[in-house]
Design a protein around this ligand. Structure first.
Ligand SMILES: C[S@@+](CC[C@H](N)C(=O)[O-])C[C@H]1O[C@@H](n2cnc3c(N)ncnc32)[C@H](O)[C@@H]1O
Length: 309
């Protein structure tokens, strides 16, 4: 697992082929990976129009475009498929992939329920660490990977792998966990313990649920707020339940983090210019939108990857 940007070049040199990434199920069974897809299958049941509009607004705001008509959009690690749906509704031709077969199934269901099974939106299973697979996708006007690359087990390699997918004049929108030093290392240990098997989960869940609940109660009482409101209002705010998100946080492994400056240097050195940055002073995700300079013979939108297979 590479832990800093300087190791990425070496990681790329030793890039893996398609056979090395058969699927996430075995890794979950070996205790090396969180079953991300299970959480996403529950998400569909609580999805509503407000949440979809919020996803559209987030793309419009970060990409600085009201519509994506005629553009190709690659969703790397689509999870529920919500942001693929948002891009498709904004007019893009979309290609979504995820490493977890249940995430893929949920994205397909999203496409069926809300996307009319439209042929301009393709959903499939694949890994951002699989360079053979990526090589067949071509280039895209927008490459989107929110909260994914740090869950691959090889974050800097994954970052290097998305570079060739961005067409000349295209945009790369990624979100990565903020590096909080020792605190981040602590949480990596908790997540590893959670995924190691049921004894780990039996320890982590009650201990941290109690800590989270007590911290929330203390903060509400000190702030003069109703302590029950945080549970009832959370679903309205994020579309998920607070306890699902606690589980997602406790189990979200593999887990790596990055300092904004390192991410900036990494992509600046590969022909990208930072257009928008949202940083967090916490454990959350920093968001980056990079623009790729136009390459000779690769005009914006003209040769960018097709969304069709
Ligand atoms: C926290 S979720 C984010 C989902 C979505 N991008 C979003 O913003 O809602 C992380 C997703 O990354 C996927 N993932 C992890 N490793 C991956 C890999 N090597 N290739 C593609 N997807 C991967 C997981 O299966 C999971 O669905």
């Amino acid at each position: 697992m590479s832990t800093n940007p300087r190791e990425a070049a070496g990681a790329v040199a030793g890039a893996r082929d398609g056979a090395a990434h058969g699927g996430s199920g075995d890794e979950v069974r070996r205790g090396e990976r969180f079953a991300f897809g299970e959480n996403w299958s529950r998400f569909l049941e609580v999805l509503d129009e407000d949440r979809i509009r919020e996803a559209e607004r987030s793309l419009q705001d970060m990409l600085g475009m009201q519509r994506l008509d005629g553009l190709s959009f690659l969703d790397v690690g689509s999870g529920s498929g919500l942001f693929s749906l948002a891009a498709w509704r904004l007019g893009a031709r979309v290609r979504s992939f995820d490493y977890d077969s249940r995430s893929v199934a949920t994205t397909r269901e999203m496409r069926r329920r809300y996307g009319r099974d439209d042929e301009s939106w393709v959903v499939e299973e694949g890994s951002v660490l699989d360079r053979v697979y990526l090589g067949g996708l071509g280039k895209f006007d927008i490459v989107y990977s929110w909260g994914v690359l740090h869950h691959t087990g090889s974050m800097w390699e994954a970052m290097a792998n998305v570079v060739p997918q961005v067409g000349g004049g295209g945009q790369l929108f990624i979100a990565l966990y903020n590096d909080q030093g020792l605190v981040s290392r602590f949480w990596a240990g908790v997540k590893r313990l959670y995924c190691s098997g049921w004894p780990g989960r039996m320890f982590v869940i009650p201990v941290f649920f109690a800590i989270f609940a007590a911290a929330g109660l203390a903060s509400d009482l000190l702030g003069g707020r109703n302590p029950l409101a945080r549970y009832s209002e959370y679903r309205r705010k994020r579309g998920m339940s607070l306890t699902h998100d606690w589980l997602d946080w406790l189990g979200g492994y593999p887990y790596e983090t990055a300092k904004p400056g390192d991410v900036f240097d990494f992509f600046s050195g590969r022909g990208f210019t930072l257009r928008k940055l949202v940083t967090r002073a916490s454990l959350g995700c920093n968001e980056f939108v990079f623009h790729r300079e136009t390459e000779a013979g690769c005009g914006h939108g003209a040769s960018a990857g097709r969304a069709e297979p």
